[in-house]
Design a protein. Structure first.
Length: 467
């Protein structure tokens, strides 16, 4: 896919902030970068894009992390502000997209303040300091989204480990990933693996006993989840230091956020071991992103394969930029990832006009829909129920989607009229649906908020490993 590669980068606001933080004049920075002051002025005013050469000079001259420089790392990003200003409270005040983008880019402090205030008002309580309002789960989600859910270093580690497990791909098909990882854990780390009765494991689906060097796995796990649990442990054993270095580099605000980020990164590495980037991306493109074929080839679940599709952002082998979301029947969101810019709801329940919620009425069936968000963008989406880890009940639903312009690549969109499709207007939350009259005004019922322990243990020890 070449759309992202061809996109021009207008980073004037961020460049201006960097210059002010360094206490430099435009003339001084222009001299440092080897450009004219007028050219730098045009860039800061977003009248010229930032070239790759200039980005490299920025990195070399001022020791800038280009990933942080090019990503929206704060809570007041464009998507969050767009949701805030879509509220009926602002009806009659036209706020075009370029003004929202300018606020996010040029005045990030003010943007963060607007989002924090709106969050407090939406929750019906006074605004509190960021440390009190941003949960570890929210912080980790924002960090992963700032990276567009793409960690190239983990993909490389996963590919190398996968090749060590099965240099011949036919071996992987014949022996299966679970048996190969068991053998490596035993031979390299003297670690045994035991499948235990559910009444012994109680609420745990996986437990590592460091004293006896045993990995205990509940009998209720499906083959795909067992393989993922083993890959997760293998990643920790062989690349624990690298995972911790990535956590330290991210500088989480507290221990709970650090813990949850390490779990999420280990999940990503496990997915990269079971679904090595090159082979997975190639089959995805070849098959029209046929999830059934991907599941069969790599021995993974529907949810695992769908989640992996959101990570395909390697510059030399990009996939369709997908977003992914997982909800329960009460509307609680337990996963939300995207390599695209889908405006996920951050302040309320999802729109009931999206067929993600209809999936519970048709367990195991893929439902497709073309939706339009309040900003006028159109998206091709599919939804399907999946069982919660360790159960057979389809009490979770996953949604996967991409911008409509990419839908022709997908086998699930074949036979649909994409040039003049039937479109359903949705809002990021039910209270934002005034633009599209909605017969289902009630938001999905809200259950108990998810805690860090829910994320790290009981709800889903491994974001890929459900079902």
């Amino acid at each position: 896919m070449s759309d992202d590669a061809d996109r021009k980068l207008f980073l004037g606001g961020r460049l201006k902030r960097l210059r002010r933080e360094l206490a430099l004049s435009q003339t001084a920075m222009a001299a440092d970068l080897g450009v004219s002051p007028s050219y730098l002025n045009h860039i800061e005013r977003n009248q010229r894009p930032v070239s790759a050469q200039l980005l490299l000079r920025l990195a070399e001259t001022y020791d800038v992390d280009l990933r942080a420089f090019g990503g929206q790392t704060g809570p007041g990003g464009e998507a969050a502000l767009a949701e805030v200003f879509a509220d009926p409270l602002f009806q009659g005040i036209p706020i075009p997209r370029h003004e929202i983008l300018q606020l996010a880019e040029d005045l990030p402090g003010a943007a963060d303040a607007v989002v924090r205030l709106y969050r407090a008002l939406a929750q019906g309580r006074p605004a509190a300091p960021a440390a009190e309002t941003a949960s570890p789960a929210d912080w980790v989600r924002d960090h992963i989204q700032a990276r567009r859910n793409h960690f190239p270093e983990l993909d490389l580690m996963g590919e190398a480990l996968s090749h060590d497990l099965a240099p011949d791909p036919a071996t992987l098909q014949t022996a299966g990933p679970e048996a190969l990882i068991r053998e490596r854990l035993k031979s390299r780390h003297d670690m045994g693996v035991r499948v235990m009765p559910a009444d012994v494991m109680v609420e745990w689906t996986r437990r590592f006993d460091p004293h006896r060097k045993r990995l205990l796995i509940s009998e209720v796990l499906s083959p795909a989840s067992r393989a993922f649990a083993l890959a997760y442990q293998l990643g920790l054993m062989e690349h624990g230091g690298e995972l911790q270095a990535l956590v330290d580099q991210a500088a989480p605000p507290d221990a709970a956020s650090a813990r949850l980020l390490k779990v999420s990164l280990a999940n990503t590495l496990a997915g990269a071991i079971l679904m090595p980037y090159g082979a997975f991306q190639a089959l995805a493109e070849q098959s029209g992103y046929d999830l059934d074929r991907l599941c069969a080839r790599f021995g993974v679940s529907f949810e695992q394969a769908a989640h992996r599709l959101t990570t395909l952002s390697r510059p030399t082998a990009r996939g369709v930029p997908f977003f992914f979301i997982r909800v329960d029947r009460a509307g609680n969101v337990s996963k939300r990832y995207a390599s695209s810019t889908f405006p996920f709801a951050r302040f309320g329940g999802g729109c009931p006009r999206w067929r993600l919620h209809d999936a519970f009425g048709s367990p195991g069936r893929v439902l497709t829909q073309i939706v339009e968000t309040p900003d006028g963008q159109r998206w091709f989406t599919l939804a399907r129920t999946v069982p919660r880890q360790g159960t057979h009940d389809h009490d979770l639903a996953v949604g996967l989607g991409c911008e409509l312009k990419h839908a022709h690549h997908l086998i699930h969109a074949r036979g649909l009229t994409l040039d003049a499709p039937e479109v359903t207007g949705i809002g990021p939350a039910c209270r934002l649906c005034d633009r599209h009259p909605c017969p289902q005004r009630a938001e999905p019922p809200q259950g108990r908020p998810l805690t860090v322990d829910d994320w790290a243990k009981s709800v889903s020890p491994y974001p890929f490993a459900a079902g």
